[in-house]
Design a protein around this ligand. Structure first.
Ligand code: PMP
Length: 458
């Protein structure tokens, strides 16, 4: 039952609020769901539904909802010093302490951090820092940055340009010049005529070919997510990262690993780069850094880049009003302290990740599912019309969106990316809650199949 208060909010929302990544017209017709409360891994809407948040908000509420320690950290810092900036030779304790903690948790060669307000701003910083680095090295012609089709690096102009989401490029272009994209390591979607291993190597060969085309003396950096998140929880074949690393090292091209989703325990290590044994030059971070309680991001900078930026001197003309905001930094610091004290990351690696993997895999027996994959606490289901061939449903049926809407009705947040269903639950989820998540996903798939059959879809 929708309460009068909720009905009014929905009306006001329809009249005044433009939502991100939304078809405004369609939302106006359907109306939005208003989330009013949350605890642990559950959210609650204004109509009284309790919903298991299989997406941890937007891949960010790693410690789950309702952590009073984070509220207290924010409140204390708001009282002490609600704002001061980090420009003009000043700083404040939360920014410094967070910088030190991050560098302790990061791979050993990363000892500096530049703060931003979000993941997109982190990637804008990446673009400018990479080009500045090469200019300082006396190679200003090294300008090209290679990203990947269907990669996601944010929604600012630089973030969108580094990302490889074609629909985003088509709106509001042109993109930032000097950025190009190679194929993604999406074996289920694009590589099933080869073994996963051969396909992973072929993707690295595409990188080699693009570098040859552009000239390696013109290529500044390669940017990628360890596991593509927004693209559909795409876990690369095991051969992929070692082959990519080899190409980059041979051509002396910087590696930027976007840890905005994979960082802070999602893959069972503090960073996805640790899981895949990468040695990034730059790591954009955000989301799980504060478990999403307050907006904060940054770029962890490896020694070879940091030393050049520092030793060569000269001002880096870049920064944000909220770079290292004291309240956000205090919450992030407390979040990292709690994650360490509670062994959250190790638990994902040793217990929850393997547990989810077996339970999730059981969904592959469902008639609609071509592949169920997961790594740590990120997972995907590939919905197919034909299990043997992997043939997809007609796009016009929007089966992924149908399944997502049914999930909400059954009490689960599961995101759809085309016909790929994605999960990324809070890292504090229990075994029982994983069981519930998998049961709700199966029920939603059953209902999706039932509705498709009722429509006469083969
Ligand atoms: N990089 C990646 C890998 C992301 O998933 C996202 C957000 N989904 C971003 C960058 C952008 O972060 P934000 O939305 O905080 O700007």
């Amino acid at each position: 039952m929708t309460s009068p208060g909720a009905a009014r909010l929905k009306e006001l929302d329809r009249e005044h609020h433009l939502h991100p990544f939304t078809d405004f017209k369609a939302l106006g017709e359907e109306g939005s769901r208003i989330i009013v409360d949350a605890e642990g891994v559950y959210i609650q809407d204004a109509d009284g539904h309790r919903i298991l948040d299989g997406m941890a908000g937007l891949w960010c509420v790693n410690l789950g909802y309702g952590r009073q320690e984070l509220v207290d950290a924010a409140s204390e810092q708001l009282t002490q010093l609600p704002y001061y900036n980090n420009f003009f030779k000043t700083t404040h304790p939360p920014a410094v302490e967070l910088a030190e903690t991050l560098c302790r948790l990061a791979p050993a060669h990363m000892n500096r951090v530049f703060f931003t307000g979000s993941g997109s701003e982190a990637n804008d910083t990446v673009l400018r820092m990479v080009r500045r680095y090469w200019a300082l090295k006396g190679q200003p012609e090294k300008q090209w940055i290679i990203g990947r089709e269907n990669g996601y690096h944010g929604s600012t102009v630089a973030g969108m340009s580094l990302g490889g989401m074609a629909p985003m490029h088509e709106q509001g272009g042109p993109c930032v010049p000097g950025i190009t994209h190679i194929r993604q390591p999406y074996w289920f979607g694009e590589g099933r005529d080869q073994t996963p291993e051969a396909f992973g190597r072929a993707c690295a060969e595409a990188l080699e070919a693009r570098i040859q085309e552009l000239g390696s003396d013109k290529v500044a950096a390669f940017i990628a997510e360890p596991v593509q998140g927004a693209g559909g929880a795409i876990i690369p074949p095991d051969s992929y990262w070692p082959a990519i690393k080899e190409v980059l090292e041979r051509h002396q091209i910087l590696l930027v690993v976007d840890e905005v989703i994979c960082g802070f325990g999602r893959l069972g290590e503090w960073f996805g780069s640790v899981h895949y044994d990468l040695k990034p030059d730059l790591m954009p971070i955000a989301k799980g850094l504060s478990s999403g309680y307050l907006p904060i991001g940054g770029v962890l900078v490896g020694d070879r880049v940091a030393e050049t930026l520092i030793d060569e001197g000269g001002e880096f003309y870049h920064g944000f009003t909220y770079s290292g905001h004291p309240v956000c930094a205090a919450v992030a610091l407390k979040n990292l302290e709690l994650m360490q004290a509670e062994g959250v990351v190790e638990r994902v690696r040793d217990d929850l990740g393997p547990y989810l993997a077996t339970r999730w895999k059981s969904l592959e027996s469902h008639p609609l599912i071509g592949e169920a994959r997961s790594l740590g606490l990120i997972g995907a289901l590939e919905i197919v019309a034909d299990k043997d061939s992997g043939k997809r449903f007609d796009k016009s049926l929007a089966v992924g969106n149908l399944c997502r809407d049914i999930c909400f009705e059954t009490g689960l947040v599961m995101r759809s990316v085309g016909d790929t269903m994605v999960i990324s639950p809070p890292l504090v989820i229990s075994h029982d809650e994983i069981d519930e998540l998998v049961r709700l996903a199966r029920e939603a798939l059953d209902e999706t199949l039932r509705r498709l059959t009722a429509q006469g879809v083969e």
